[in-house]
Design a binder for this molecule. Structure first.
Ligand code: FES
Length: 113
């Protein structure tokens, strides 16, 4: 599975505030990175599928984020917008090594397909 992504160091784990999103940019992609109260890290596409609200600025509740523009609720694990609304955002793998959070970006050929 690691063969399909490029791991990019994003930020120090201790530098992330629980339930406060952080925007990470890499080669034209924009990711919203979140540290949950459980300590887990989640990474999703930073733009809401509705009207491109910046999800890193949303309100985090458990393992969901509420878009700051019109309050759609998005699952941080699956990227799915919760009913009654519809849509989804891309999710990214994450890992922590030596106190650094890495985001797994799909390799270029995967993005194109
Ligand atoms: S832009 Fe996110 S709910 Fe409208």
């Amino acid at each position: 599975m690691d063969n399909h992504v490029t791991w990019v160091s994003a930020v120090a784990y201790d530098g992330l505030t629980v339930a406060t999103g952080k925007t990470i940019r890499y080669q034209g992609e924009e990711v919203a990175l979140f540290k949950l109260s459980s300590g887990k890290i989640k990474a999703i596409q930073n733009r809401c599928p509705h009207k491109e609200g910046v999800l890193a600025e949303g309100i985090v509740c458990d393992d969901h984020v509420f878009c700051p523009m019109h309050d759609r609720k998005i699952d941080l694990s699956t990227g799915l917008v919760q009913a009654p609304d519809t849509g989804c955002v891309r999710t990214y793998s994450t890992k922590i090594e030596n106190g650094i959070v890495f985001i797994g970006f799909p390799k270029a050929e995967e993005l194109a397909s």
